[in-house]
Design a protein around this ligand. Structure first.
Ligand code: C2E
Ligand code: CA
Ligand code: CA
Ligand code: CA
Length: 270
């Protein structure tokens, strides 16, 4: 018998011990990857309707010599469970800001925050320190959060968002429409950007509902003075629809895949 995480009694079985062992090995491996710089960033451009590039979203990649490229969908949750998200998040924020500070054009850089990072007391101090170190203009940094963080503890979330906005950084609500989606959060919290989730964009032209929801979200964002970004734009038809409806920015494989920064030197000015 052993005590499970929640204090419940479980019967220890060898298969489970194996899974735990694997998890520990993965965690050790991830810690090494953060320390040795094997966690890299790729950058995906965001464009206005007129084709002007506005900025990039930084997306983490783990390039392992043996396993190849490991998806953030795998190692971000593992980092959260293994208590490594603070180290990983600080590494990502610092790398992204340093990269953007080196661009000739003053483009924006968007960085994803996991809910655990957002809920940490250290976050505003970390952001302030990284802005200081890199010299990046705060208005060029956009932090992407998800709806869940505003639901868990609204009072605390409001305090954190206010501190971040006071530093001058932008706040984007990511994956809009997939979470709790209480519309009341939109006007209560100091958001600058709303990102329409890829699942809505993907079904534009497939279901009438997706078009109606997308149109409504764009109008809602604009009514509240919030910039609207569509993510996951893959076809010219999706792009045309979004532009026609007044969506401010678009991001997706049609316009540019996430790539190493060097691949976008023509857009950043080098
Ligand atoms: P996300 O923030 O929603 O990022 C967008 C995801 O959609 C990225 O997947 C991107 O590569 C992918 N994508 C972009 N355009 C298209 C498109 O046109 N079609 C399709 N099908 N997909 C597209 P990726 O890079 O695998 O990242 C997955 C998720 O992992 C991200 O979703 C984000 O939640 C998380 N993530 C990535 N990097 C970081 C990071 O540095 N920190 C944290 N906390 N989370 C991260
Ligand atoms: Ca994102
Ligand atoms: Ca997203
Ligand atoms: Ca997502």
């Amino acid at each position: 018998l052993d005590l499970g995480e929640r204090g419940d009694v479980r019967i220890a079985d060898p298969a489970e011990a194996g899974a735990d062992g694997e998890r520990l090995a993965f965690r050790r491996h991830l810690r090494e990857a953060i320390e040795t710089g094997a966690i890299l960033l790729q950058y995906q451009p965001q464009f206005r309707a007129n084709g002007e590039v506005v900025g990039f979203e930084a997306l983490a990649r783990w390039r392992d010599p043996v396993r190849g490229v490991i998806s953030p969908a795998t190692f971000i949750p593992a980092a959260e469970e293994g208590g490594l998200i603070a180290a990983l998040g600080a590494h990502v924020l610092r790398s992204a800001c340093r990269e953007a500070a080196g661009w000739k054009k003053p483009l924006r850089i968007a960085v994803n925050l996991s809910p655990l990072e957002f809920e940490s007391d250290e976050l505003p101090g970390l952001v302030e320190a990284v802005l200081g170190e890199t010299g990046l203009d705060p208005e060029r940094l956009e932090l992407e959060i998800t709806e869940g963080v505003m639901v868990t503890d609204a009072v605390r979330a409001m305090a954190t968002l206010s501190r971040l906005r006071a530093l001058g950084v932008r706040i984007a609500l990511d994956d809009f429409g997939t979470g709790y989606s209480s519309l009341s959060y939109l006007h209560r919290f100091p958001l600058t950007t709303l990102k329409i989730d890829r699942s809505f964009v993907a079904t534009l032209g497939v279901t009438l509902e997706a078009a109606a929801i997308t149109r409504a979200v764009i109008q809602l964002g604009h009514a509240l003075g919030i910039e609207v970004v569509a993510e996951g734009v893959e076809t010219p038809e999706q792009f045309d629809f979004l532009i026609c409806e007044g969506c401010d920015l678009a991001q997706g494989y049609l316009l540019g895949r996430p790539l190493d920064a060097s691949a976008y030197a023509h857009l950043t000015g080098g």
